[in-house]
Design a protein around this ligand. Structure first.
Ligand code: ZN
Ligand code: ZN
Length: 287
């Protein structure tokens, strides 16, 4: 019995012809969600050609986790931040000082990381005014860290497209910005591309209801396309509804190559090269 059978996880997709990077995953949340260990997340991904990962932190504990995992595995890069919904929760429950203390602790981890994120705004899950203020304050802080330390900025944007661009334009965006789990339409994709951002497409692009996201993908120059799982959520078709893990980005990759009319091997090469550009260079060896 394989680990996938034991945990009730989807089977391995056919291996990709060439390597690709899942540039946004949460191995700690994945372990909590499905029981799949971070080491198995990495190993199973490598079996189907997903050679590298960006593991993303969202609070102090998960940031420590991603830094430790990246230190132990050269093919993993770490992104550290306080997630906008966590910033809102801390501020709403405990006020100013705990939020500032948490931000200071995460800021101290930035030099060791490859990227700052995920940060941004979530107007879907955080609707109260205090929470929104806390998100904006934390977002502005993360933008400054990315610029000060020359790190890639990874943006979480849920129902907040206009405010995300307003704040980035106001602060001045860092040199490298990734719109993770891109969820806008073709016009918003163009607005992001005009600013030089990379757009990372999740499994959602495979969903039947995601017509405007597919139009956005078609409006995105191939040089700006990235792929991600955002595991353990947003599992692509044909495994939608099950728990997600980095190996399943192979489905999203095949779907996008087909949608964009690019030969699969060429698409993998392009997305991999885009990933190195978006994160300021290649990391690790091919495992
Ligand atoms: Zn996110
Ligand atoms: Zn995420």
């Amino acid at each position: 019995m394989t680990v996938l059978d034991e945990l009730g996880l989807p089977g391995l997709p056919e291996a990709l012809p060439r390597g690709i990077v899942d540039n946004h995953t949460h191995t700690l949340s994945t372990q909590r969600h499905s029981g799949l260990s971070p080491d198995d997340s990495i190993a199973l991904a490598a079996q189907v050609g997903v050679t590298h990962l960006v593991d993303v932190g969202y609070d102090i504990e998960s940031c420590r986790h991603v830094l430790a995992l990246a230190a132990a595995h050269p093919t993993v890069a770490a992104a550290v931040a306080l997630h906008p919904n966590d910033a809102a929760l801390i501020f709403t429950r405990e006020g100013d000082e705990p939020l500032e203390a948490t931000l200071a602790e995460i800021e101290a981890m930035v030099p060791e990381a490859t990227a700052v994120g995920e940060t941004g705004l979530d107007h879907y899950r955080t609707r109260d005014e205090d929470g929104k203020l806390a998100q904006e304050r934390a977002f502005r802080r993360h933008i400054a860290w990315a610029k000060r330390h020359d790190k890639t900025l990874v943006i979480h944007d849920r129902d907040a497209h206009t405010d995300i661009l307003r704040i980035l334009d106001d602060e001045g965006a860092p040199e490298r910005v990734v719109m993770h789990c891109f969820s806008g339409d073709a016009d918003f994709a163009r607005a992001c591309v005009d600013r030089g951002f990379w757009l990372s497409y999740p499994g959602v692009v495979t969903f039947g209801s995601a017509g405007s996201l597919r139009e956005a993908a078609l409006a995105t120059p191939l040089a700006k396309v990235l792929v991600e799982t955002d595991a353990p959520y947003l599992t692509p078709k044909p495994q939608r509804g099950k728990s997600n893990a980095p190996y399943l980005v192979a489905h999203t990759t095949r779907f996008l190559a087909d949608l964009l009319g690019v030969e699969l091997g060429e698409f993998c090469d392009a997305v991999t090269a885009n990933t190195w550009a978006a994160y300021g260079g290649r990391w690790g060896d091919d495992a």
